[in-house]
Write a protein that binds this ligand. Structure first.
Ligand SMILES: *Cc1c(COP(=O)(O)O)cnc(C)c1O
Length: 428
């Protein structure tokens, strides 16, 4: 089937489709189907935008019904029943049970939009300009978000100096050789340090793009305490690690911290629709009406699926419990695969996890071998040295095992330990 138009007309800026040339036509749960009917097991999940898999039938049917009944699709920030239902559900099922009193802002529909809103708000509230972020952080591709991102190739794309932010070492950046925060603590306390007091620190609890570095809970707690002592705001970017990806709804829950601002996007719609939230403590709500706005803040199709997804998966603990068991299964499976390659290590947390390889070429080869075997896996890290697994959170234990078996074959093939791919069997 024709693919010329993608090569001749679409920009060179494409990335995923360069490694995965198939044309995907249909999708359901953890599977995607190409135009010629080939089935792929999807352990990529739209980079975390599809935590409940593709086209969850209940969400799909509700969406179809809403559209068929002429429900409002676009509403700027006007009131609609769909928005009411989403806000009520978020309050009842997510915020109240966790004692999180957050105002909800709809900042525009993407992850980078919520990060921009968070940075602006932190600066406005504190009257300070500087933002600290971490080595290997990823926060999005617009200028403010890029200024707090680590990756040098992506930063260069800005084409202008990225200012008003500095990088500080993430947990274990010095392999445990240097105690955490020693630099930060010292310069904040020393009026001669020349380091401007920052408005905020922005952090990912697991660095999804930056190589699956997972911060320890004690480290997160210590960071939160330090910032509180110095009256600096803590922004958690939960765009990728949130919405259940690490086992709880928010990735910071286990650390017992209460961030001042939280960025949410990727899987909040539950259906792969564009949606983002900026959550912040009520006392930070200093915006003037319209001071930060945007045309696509009222994506009602996303409100409809988002509210239902929260009800389906977060009404009680059963989903989290099952997820906990599968996280265990995935961890054990990855440890077993990692044992085939000397000095490789399992990285990440929950269903945001993968294997780091000492040879930076290995992960790319593993992903390519996996693709040959009809499994979609991406790579992560500054040198793409980590193979990354993000299965849907509601995947069956059998499909999870299937993916792990293919991964094992791919790792063996990529490292020259054994031969021919046995292709995933077509659907019966
Ligand atoms: C994906 C991501 C973003 C950016 O989201 P977009 O929707 O691509 O703009 C920001 N922060 C983190 C942690 C992400 O993973």
């Amino acid at each position: 089937m024709a693919t010329d138009i993608f090569e001749t007309r679409e920009s060179q800026v494409r990335s995923y489709c360069m490694n995965w040339p198939a044309v995907f036509e249909k999708a359901s749960g953890c599977y995607q189907y190409t135009e010629d009917g080939t089935r792929y097991l999807d352990f990529f999940s739209g980079a975390g935008a599809l935590n409940y898999g593709h086209n969850h039938p209940e969400l799909r049917d509700l969406l179809v019904e809403y559209v068929a009944n002429d429900g409002v699709t676009h509403s700027m920030d006007m009131k609609t029943p769909a928005k009411r239902r989403f806000l009520e559900t978020l309050e009842q099922l997510i915020l109240k049970p966790r004692n999180l009193d957050y105002k909800v802002m709809f900042p525009g529909p993407t992850g980078t939009n919520t990060v921009e809103a968070a940075l602006k708000l932190a600066r406005k509230v504190t009257g300070r300009q500087h933002i600290l972020s971490f080595t290997n952080a990823f926060h999005g591709m617009t200028l403010g978000a890029l200024s707090v991102t680590g990756n040098s190739m992506k930063r260069r794309g800005a084409g202008i100096p990225l200012t008003n932010s500095s990088k500080i070492p993430y947990d274990d950046y010095f392999d445990g050789d240097i105690p955490d925060f020693i630099w930060l603590e010292k310069v904040l306390e020393d009026s001669g340090s020349g380091v401007d007091k920052p408005a905020a620190v922005i952090v990912e609890t697991v660095q999804g793009e930056g190589g699956l570095n997972a911060a320890r809970m004690d480290w997160l707690k210590a960071l939160a305490d330090l910032l509180k002592r110095h009256n600096i705001l803590l922004i958690v970017d939960d765009v990728q690690a949130g919405c259940g990806r690490t086992g709880k709804f928010f990735s910071f829950e286990e650390a017992g911290i209460y961030p001042d601002i939280v960025c949410v996007s990727k899987s909040i719609s539950g259906y792969g629709l564009a949606m983002a939230l900026t959550l912040f403590k009520p006392e930070l709500d200093v915006w003037e009406p319209g001071e930060h706005n945007g045309t696509f803040r009222g994506n009602n199709l996303a409100f409809v699926t988002a509210a239902r997804a929260l009800e389906l998966f977060w009404s009680d603990d059963s989903f989290q419990q099952e997820l906990g068991e599968k996280i265990q299964q995935l961890r054990e499976g990855l440890e077993k695969v990692s044992a085939h390659v000397k000095d490789s290590t399992v990285r990440g947390r929950g269903f945001l996890t993968g294997i780091w390889f000492p040879n930076p070429d290995t992960a790319g080869k593993v992903a390519a071998e996996a693709y040959k075997r009809n499994l979609l896996l991406e790579t992560s890290g500054p040198e793409d040295e980590v193979v990354k697994l993000m299965p849907p959170l509601n995947i069956s234990s059998e499909d999870l095992q299937k993916g792990l078996s293919i991964l094992e074959e791919a790792v063996l093939a990529a490292t020259g330990q054994h031969g021919e791919p046995s292709r995933l069997r077509p659907p019966h």
